[in-house]
Design a protein around this ligand. Structure first.
Ligand code: IPT
Length: 972
């Protein structure tokens, strides 16, 4: 007998978005439910209509089978679909998972309505109970509920089968830039309610204290019992049904026998409004009563009182124009793929708070429901995005009427689920799906159903940021150049807020010009922020021996961003996929184990709640840069760093300032007369425990320069300098002499932005050095060499002069016009082994580059050489420190070398030559050298964000012509 559900072939029918699925609602049924998570019997069929009958294994729910040792492995593609079939078709080879288990339906549920909830299944779910068809669902990132009351018997055992078809018509609108998986990725549960139940509850709470709760009530028996009513409780305060609403309903003949509608209306005096800075929540309990007062159903909510509104070109929260310091976040885990625990999500959000973020775009689908609870609790503004991305066939699908249902279904179900969260401030219609009638239909539904929040959709606003008649209330471009945003805001044509839905692509060593973005945003009315792409590097922990995902067995097999020996972070292509998009999946501000990348410190400083300035008349001026909070939650300590090596500290008293206020504060130190260059830093920490940071957590380190460098005198002495016949320096601590370097191991931005291929074409990666002359002039030696590339020759001059305490190296390089825009101009040398500690005066302690150095304060820093390197997933330029004035490399402070630079320079000390890094595809392939590879750069190209977005801005590029730099090398 053919199965009724299979006969429908729902995987190739976009019009079928579900069958017998219950409407989405915002009633939380997690408490009191029977969890069905755990091991299920499992079979993976080659296609949905393949005969069943193979051997059963087991699979853990929730989880993706692609992460659980099956032969169907993860596959990564960005835009392109992993197969060639046109929508709505799927390939014949279509992995289909059968999940089966027995469920004992509690005897206590007799007479109740029994509901099965499947948290998420991708991409088509078919449900059978005891062999009988129960329902169908699509929409891989939202729960599906089915009423089982008529198919199960309390007190008896039922067999539940969940059939999950991987590829379908729906895959064509789930073409997000991430790994493809198959499975049941969120929890499954069974719950029971009274037949008379709350079908939905909508809570609207305004910053002025008004709360309105709208209840929809149904009875599975059909007719509602006369006399039912609702009541509520807000933080222990009783709330009653609004009679005015009932009277108006009766007058307008809106009272129904089978759909109950009731409202609770109240005003809370002296309400504490909700904002991302002050996430104040109230507990609301809503009760549905039978006519005799007995409670038939209960729903609990955490309520935040807040307003969101667009006024002109400003997005306002409680009337305040707030900056949106956002990040795009996927549900991701390196061991489970898309299944994330509540603890994991909390850790994500805690980290984001600590690095100054206040907003999340749930790219590109509704995230796990717990994420929104946490965002309410910890304080984030959320742009909630529907699960629609038709990227590969965007144009064809946006106007395809066969997909109309799916668009409206996905957007409306998201809104119905998440509408009560104060954190959700904007609805997003999806991502990268062109713009068509299907979007307008979905936007129309949202605007009618929830007029309290704006709607955004990048594709709608893309053609004209100034338009007023499309499906987006916000101009939310992606990767728009700063200049374009500023020009728009100044054009006089701006009609709506401009908040980039994606900007500053965090692939590899990236996020250059973040500070320039924010300088523009803060100085240009109409610009309000954006969402960095993205939070995660989606590297999957993989066993190198058999190439399989480590899965849950890999717990703990990584630390500090690095996979344990025998493992690596897999990216596209590593599972043998023929079609893939490589390392483009590794483009987050954290490593796959959530270790922060250095770019996060840049963001933290840009988002600093406290700023300091040094003004000519006022002295040190301190400002509260928040929107809603005072400074009482913060503590500070002053630090004065002097070039002579001294660091003085003094306690700081933070003034009592309202948001936006500034005040002059006394200089905490008498600036010593001597000591050279002087920098004043305010180390700001939490004064007490915050829900996301224990007391003492560093929040920001704003800094001002109090005094510039003093002139230095170099005294030449008469001592021998040793160079070899080719003019290369010979020195006891150098394993290789300083030579010219114009190349760096290309970053992802260099490769994908197109500059690295040009560098290779010019021959920068393999310059051939030819000695030209070696001349002695007293103790001074001048060595001239030519470095030939394919298209040009660079003349490099090194003048070695013995000076008091060491050796002065003056260098110049003359770049021909052909070498316009190289990676770096500087010297590279290798040290002998054993010099494992770097101490420096300059910017740090974290990695910084010319266009990503705002967050690295000048000071005296020390780190082990092995800690300097950032293990970007695909090895590339890494470990640089900007603004270095001098450094020592030593065996723990004992013997070693010291380098004094003529000016603050870009320096890097690693275990790898650029060629080593360039040759490796994964971090585990790198073999560290025993000594250090040291680069001293006169100029270093900004890292930019060109892997997706504008190239490094011209201000951070290197022009041809003569570059000069000098340094003094001495022995400790
Ligand atoms: C943009 C996508 O929205 C996002 O999912 C991701 O792919 C990002 O780019 C790059 O990592 S789309 C791009 C074509 C601009």
């Amino acid at each position: 007998m053919t199965d009724a559900l299979l006969a429908l072939r729902p995987w190739e029918e976009p019009e079928i978005t579900s069958w017998r699925r219950l409407p989405m609602n915002a009633v939380d049924r997690r408490s009191g439910a029977l969890p069905l998570d755990g091991d299920w019997r499992f079979q993976l069929l080659p296609a949905p209509d393949a005969p069943v009958g193979g051997a059963w294994s087991s699979s853990y729910v929730p989880g993706a089978w692609t992460m659980q040792d099956t032969d169907d492995r993860p596959q990564y593609t960005n835009v392109r679909m992993p197969y060639t079939e046109y929508p709505p078709q799927s390939p014949a080879a279509n992995p289909t998972g059968l999940y089966e288990r027995e469920v004992d339906v509690p005897v206590a549920w007799a007479g109740q309505r029994v509901v099965l909830q499947v948290g998420a299944a991708e991409s088509v779910l078919l449900v059978h109970v005891d062999g009988r068809p129960v329902g169908v669902s699509k929409d891989s990132h939202l729960a599906a509920e089915f009423d089982l009351s008529r198919v199960v018997r309390p007190g008896q055992r039922a067999t539940v089968r969940l059939t999950v078809v991987k590829w379908s018509d729906a895959s064509h609108i789930e073409d997000q830039d991430q790994w493809w998986h198959g499975g049941i990725t969120r929890s499954v549960l069974l719950y029971a309610t009274d037949p008379l139940h709350l079908a939905d509850v909508t809570v609207r709470a305004r910053a002025a204290g008004e709360v309105r709760v709208d209840c929809r009530v149904r009875d599975t028996g059909g007719a509602l019992p006369a006399g039912w009513y609702v009541s509520g409780e807000l933080d222990g305060r009783p709330l009653v049904q609004d009679e005015e609403f009932d009277r108006a309903g009766a007058e307008d003949e809106r009272v129904s026998d089978f759909l109950g509608e009731a409202r609770i209306l109240a005003t809370v005096p002296d309400v504490r409004p909700w904002t991302a800075e002050t996430p104040e929540l109230y507990d609301l309990t809503v009760r549905l009563h039978r006519p005799d007062g007995a409670v038939a159903d209960t729903s609990r909510h955490r309520v935040g009182f807040r307003d969101v509104e667009i006024a002109g070109r400003d997005l306002l929260i409680n009337g305040e124009r707030v900056y949106i310091r956002g990040v795009n976040r996927h549900d991701f885990h390196p061991l489970t793929g898309r299944t994330v625990s509540c603890d994991d999500m909390r850790a994500d959000l805690v980290l984001l708070k600590r690095f100054g973020f206040n907003a999340i775009r749930t790219s590109h689908y509704p995230n796990d429901p717990a994420l929104y609870d946490l965002a309410d609790e910890l304080g984030f503004y959320v742009v909630d995005e529907a699960d629609i991305e038709a990227h590969d066939h965007a144009h064809e699908i946006a106007d395809d009427p066969r997909y109309l249902n799916a668009f409206v279904d996905r957007v409306s179900r998201m809104v119905l689920r998440d509408k009560n969260h104060p954190s959700v401030i904007v609805w997003s219609l999806g991502n990268e799906s062109d713009y068509g009638a299907n979007h307008d239909a979905a936007a129309g539904w949202v605007r009618r159903h929830d007029p309290t929040r704006p709607v955004q959709y990048e594709g709608a606003a893309k053609l004209d940021w100034a338009a007023t008649d499309d499906a987006s209330d916000i101009a939310c471009p992606m990767y728009a150049p700063i200049e374009d945003c500023v020009a728009h805001a100044l054009s006089g044509r701006q009609t709506r807020p401009l908040i980039q839905c994606e900007y500053s692509h965090a692939m590899g060593n990236s996020n250059g010009t973040l500070a320039d973005h924010w300088a523009a945003i803060e100085s240009t009315p109409g610009l309000q922020g954006g969402f960095i792409w993205e939070f995660w590097d989606h590297g999957i922990l993989q066993r190198v021996s058999d190439g399989r995902p480590a899965g849950r067995a890999g717990a703990g097999l990584y630390a500090d961003g690095v996979a344990a020996p025998g493992h690596r972070w897999a990216y596209g292509g590593d599972f043998g996929e023929a079609v893939h998009d490589g390392a483009f999946v590794a483009d987050g501000v954290v490593f796959p184990d959530r270790t922060p990348k250095p770019a996060l410190y840049e963001h933290r400083e840009i988002a600093a709640p406290v700023r300091i300035e040094c003004l000519r008349h006022e002295g040190i001026v301190l400002g509260n840069h928040q929107h809603f909070r005072g400074l009482d939650w913060l503590a500070g300590e002053w630090e004065l760093s002097l070039a002579d090596g001294r660091t003085l500290t003094a306690p700081a008293e933070l003034p009592d300032l309202s948001p936006g206020e500034t005040a002059a504060v006394p200089l905490p130190f008498a600036l010593p007369r001597d000591g050279g260059e002087a920098w004043l830093t305010l180390r700001v920490t939490t004064a007490g425990d915050e829900p996301w940071a224990p007391r003492g957590t560093e929040i920001c380190v704003p800094q001002v320069r109090l005094r510039g460098p003093a002139a230095r005198e170099v005294v030449a002495v008469d001592r021998r300098v040793e160079v070899d016949g080719d003019g290369l320096l010979v020195h006891p601590l150098l394993a290789s002499a300083p030579t010219l370097s114009l190349w760096r191991a290309p970053t992802d931005n260099d490769e994908l932005g197109g500059i690295a291929p040009r560098w290779r074409a010019w021959g920068l990666d393999a310059l051939v050095r030819k000695p030209v002359s070696v001349r002695c002039d007293g103790a001074r030696v001048t060595a001239v060499a030519e470095y030939a590339g394919r298209v040009g020759v660079v003349r490099h001059v090194q003048v070695f002069t013995p000076v008091e305490g060491g050796l002065r190296v003056e260098e110049s390089a003359e770049l021909p016009e052909e070498f316009d825009d190289v990676a770096r101009v500087g010297s590279v040398f290798e040290t002998v082994a054993g010099l494992d500690l770097l101490e420096w005066f300059g910017q740090g302690p974290w990695e910084s580059y010319p266009d990503r150095s705002t967050g690295a304060p000048v000071g005296h820093h020390r780190l082990a050489v092995d800690e300097l390197f950032t293990p970007y997933l695909r090895p590339q330029e890494s470990g640089g420190r900007h603004g270095v004035r001098r450094f020592t490399l030593s065996a723990s402070g004992a013997t070693g070398l010291a380098v004094e630079l003529d000016e603050p320079r870009q320096v890097s000390v690693t275990r790898h030559r650029d060629a080593d890094l360039t040759a490796a595809a994964h971090h585990d392939e790198l073999v560290p050298r025993a000594g250090c590879v040291v680069h001293i750069d006169a100029a270093h190209r900004g890292v930019g964000t060109a892997s997706c977005g504008p190239d490094t801005s011209p201000a951070y590029r290197i022009p041809p012509g003569v570059h000069r730099w000098s340094w003094t090398l001495s022995v400790l």
